[in-house]
Design a protein around this ligand. Structure first.
Ligand SMILES: [Zn+2]
Length: 140
């Protein structure tokens, strides 16, 4: 699988991660599915509503999801996935991420080391939901 993310959106994800450091940032990726390929055209920041350590977790409420979906539809787009940051941790999904992941949606993770964004990766649940598969990120 491959996910196209506009250069501007990549910059915004990195900036949001750096802004929220040392906490995890999170948000929605909005766009289109074109011939089975995902294209991210816009972002929508979300509050991290995790009550547990926000350095290690993020939580988006169902209400926030519904509002984002409504806003996306109004602009002729769909929710393609979520992005979030991993402060001082690699850009790889945690067990928590796996336990809370939804199928079909993409999960972009940006690693923020000492306040500076580094690796950016994208993941999608595999068919039996036991693990994530990496997606190729095409930043254009
Ligand atoms: Zn995570």
């Amino acid at each position: 699988m491959k996910i196209g993310i506009g250069e501007d959106c990549v910059r915004q994800i990195r900036a949001h991660g750096e802004e929220m450091y040392p906490y995890e940032c999170c948000g929605f990726m909005l766009g289109h599915l074109v011939d089975g390929a995902k294209e991210v055209h816009a972002l929508r920041k979300a509050n991290n509503d995790a009550t547990e350590p926000k350095e290690r977790r993020f939580l988006i409420t169902p209400m926030a999801y519904m509002q984002a979906e409504k806003a996306a539809r109004a602009d002729g787009m769909d929710i393609i996935g979520f992005y979030h940051s991993h402060p001082d941790h690699p850009a790889e999904p945690s067990q928590y991420d796996l336990d809370h992941a939804w199928p079909v949606l993409s999960y972009v993770i940006v690693s923020v080391q000492q306040g500076k964004s580094t690796d950016l990766t994208s993941w999608i649940l595999n068919a039996d939901r036991s693990a994530f598969d990496a997606e190729m990120v095409d930043a254009t």
